[in-house]
Design a protein around this ligand. Sequence first.
Ligand code: TYD
Ligand code: MG
Length: 457
Amino acid sequence: MAKAKIRYNCNVCGGISPKWTGQCPDCNAWNTLEEVVVAANGGNRSARLQEGVMNPPKVSRLDKVNATREIRTATGIGELDRVLGGGLVHGSVTLIGGDPGIGKSTLLIQTLAAMADRASESTLYISGEESADQISLRARRLGLDLAKLNVLTENNLERILPLILHAQPGVIVFDSIQTAYTDLLQSAPGSVGQVRECAAQLVQLAKQSGISVFLVGHVTKDGAIAGPRVLEHMVDTVLYFEGDPGSRHRVIRSIKNRFGAVNELGVFAMTDKGLREVSNPSAIFLSRHDSQVPGSVITVTREGTRPLLVEIQALVDSTALANPRRVTVGLEQNRLAMLLAVLHRHAGVFSGDQDIFINAVGGVRITETSADLPVLLAVLSSLRNVPLPEGLVTFGEIGLSGEVRPVQNGPERLNEASKHGFRIAIVPQGNSSPKGIQGMEIIPVTRLTKVLELLFK
Ligand code: TYD
Ligand code: MG
C-alpha cells in the first residue's frame, strides 16, 4: 500500500500547505490549518486514466445488486432500540453526544451488559477517559454481570485496531472519540484532524468487519459535537442526549439515522441503579396541578413516531425594559416572535410591553409546529390571568395570516390524549376525526380569532 502523507488544509479557503504555519499562505486567515492524512496514489494521472480505460470500474444496476436486508440485534433496552430504528444494525457506527455527566457512559455500559446477556454478543468497552477500576466499580454498582464485560483502557488506535480485529467482538464502545489518537498525525488527541482521522478508521473497521461501533462524542458549549461536523456525516446514526440536567429524566433523540426515523425519542430516568427506561413517557411531561392554573396548556407533540403529551407553560409579566424579554426553554425563540406578531396583527393582542417566558415542562425539546396554537393559548391565558378549561388538550400550526393549519397524525394524537383522560380537544379542522373519539368533545377551528372567541370571551 502507498504510504500515507500528511498535509495541512486551511478550513476557511481549503488551501493546502505541506507545512504547518500560523497563518494560511493563501487566504491569510490565522490558526486555520488542520493536519490531514492523504493517501498517496501510486503513478501519475495519465497512467491511471489509461488503466481506467483498460480496466474500468464496475457500474451496477440496482436490481442486480445482491443486497441482503440489514441484520439487526435488539440491544435489550427498548427505548434505545426505538431511537436506533428497531435494534442495532450489524456493522453500523452510532455517535452518541451529550453534556458531561448526562449518562452516556452509563447507558453504554448498560447496553453492552444487556447485549451480552440477551444476544450473547461478545463486547468490548474501550475507554480513554476512565480507568478499568472506575468502570468496574460503576458496573458493579449498576448490578451488571461483570463476567460478561471486557474493558480496554487505551487510546492509541494503532494498539487498539489489531486487538479488535483479533478478538472480533460483536459490539464495541469507544468512550470517547476525543481521547483517541493515531500515530499518523502529530497533533494532540481531541484536535479536529485526530478526531476526524480516528473516526474514519473506526468507520472503516465497522464496515469491513461487521462490528457495530458506538462512539461517544463530547459536546461543545453551544451543544454541537466537539470536533468537525464531518463526524456526523461519517457515521450512520447520531443520537443526542437532551434534557434538563436538574431533572431525573433523560431524553435521547436521533438526529440522523440511516436505518430509521429521525427525531425519534427514547426516554429514560436516571436512578441510583443507572438509567431505567420510561416506556409510557407521556405522563412525565405533565406537572400535576390540583386545579387549572393560568398559563398552562397541554398539547400532544409527535416527535419521531410516538405521540407525547407535553405541558407548555407561559409567564407573561409587564416589562421594565425597552426591549422586552422573550425567553423559551424547549421551544424555538424565533417561532415565538413570529407567533406574537400573528397574535398582534390578526387578533389585536399587543404584547410589546410584556416579558414573555415559555417553558416545555420536563426538559423535552419540541421541534414541531404543532405547538404553535398551544404556545399562543398559554401566552393569552397568562396575559389575561384566565385558566383554560380542565381536561383541555390542543395542537395546531398557525399560519402568518392567522389560520390554524392541520398537522400530521391527528387521530393518533387525539387517541393518546383521550387515553390520558383529556375530554375536550381544540384542533385544526383538518385534524378533527370524522368518526369522533369516544368520550371526547372535538372542537374544530380554522382561524386563531375563532379560538380566542371560544376561550377568552
Ligand atoms: P456518566 O454516564 O458518567 O455521564 P457521561 O459519560 O455522559 O459524562 O453519568 C454520570 C452521572 O450519572 C453522574 O452525575 C452520576 C449519575 N449516576 C446516577 O445517578 N446513577 C447511577 O447509577 C450512575 C452510574 C450514575
Ligand atoms: Mg463518560
